[in-house]
Design a protein around this ligand. Structure first.
Ligand code: DGL
Length: 261
């Protein structure tokens, strides 16, 4: 079972890593649009155009599925992608909302305070807010946090620079009250230790873990079906850098990378 997967840059590797660990596909074909990252500050029509171009590229590999490993593209381009693709297209926003429902249930909470982070495109699309409200969640703090994307692309996953940005975005929040933090951008799991430090009482919703669960639940893809899944990585620029990041990240989370990758 082949899966095409794309993001504006390296963020989608956090989703690819969970898919590799989950073994739901035997082949992942990853495309990072590093020449045009970030997507999140761009106009909706631009994000749609870029997403359709990513589909065009991934179509060459004859995938059985397309995973949109970018919240910004999932929030604004899913409909167009589904219209164009001849295979199922799954986005991370619906999956993330399911992730919130699950986490709230695990914590025994019916309407917990939720911090929603993401790019401007994702937050301004209002999709998370609408879907969360539809599931009975009304205490939502939506905060666009676009500066977290370039620092992750830069490899600055901890230290004073991300800390200063966290202070800039989150110092006015009632941090102790927040029960759930939605990492509504696939770049943000790279900053998990910092999110945990800033929100020690919160559970984190991670697009990759959420979509793995979503695929097993709604598409009947069993976990652990493939023991030796493979990933191929393509990028519109600096493919070597993306592959190096993939090695670093997959090693950190214990995701399998085939020999010679
Ligand atoms: N990683 C992407 C997301 O999940 C896009 C970040 C960006 O390019 O602005 O939204």
């Amino acid at each position: 079972m082949r899966c095409g997967i794309f993001d504006s840059g390296i963020g989608g590797l956090t989703v690819a890593g969970e898919l590799l660990k989950g073994g739901v596909f035997n082949r992942l074909i990853y495309f990072g649009d590093t020449a045009r990252v970030p997507y999140g500050g761009k106009h909706e029509s631009t994000i749609i155009r870029y997403s359709l171009e990513a589909l065009e590229f991934l179509r060459n590999f004859d995938p059985d599925f397309l995973v949109v490993a970018c919240n910004s593209a999932s929030a604004v381009a899913l409909e167009e992608l589904r219209r164009e693709a001849e295979f199922p297209v799954v986005g991370v926003v619906e999956a993330g909302v399911e992730g919130v429902v699950q986490l709230a249930r695990q914590r025994g909470l019916s309407n917990p305070p939720i911090l929603l982070t993401g790019t401007k495109a994702t937050i301004n699309s209002n999709l998370y807010q609408r879907l969360l409200k539809g599931r009975g969640f009304t205490k939502i703090y939506p905060i666009p946090t676009p500066l977290l994307v370039p620092i992750v692309e830069e490899g600055l996953w901890d230290g004073p620079v991300p800390e200063a940005i966290f202070t800039h975005y989150f110092s006015n929040l009632p941090r102790e009250e927040i029960e759930i933090v939605v990492l509504g951008c696939t770049h943000y799991p790279f900053l998990t230790p910092l999110f945990k430090k800033y929100f020690p009482n919160s559970g984190l919703v991670h697009s990759g873990k959420a979509i793995l669960h979503y695929l097993t639940r709604y598409y009947n893809l069993p976990i652990g079906r493939y023991k030796d899944p493979k990933i191929e990585i393509y990028a519109s620029e600096n493919v070597k850098g993306v592959r190096e990041t993939a090695r670093r990240w997959m090693a950190q989370i214990g995701a399998p990378l085939s020999e010679g990758f």
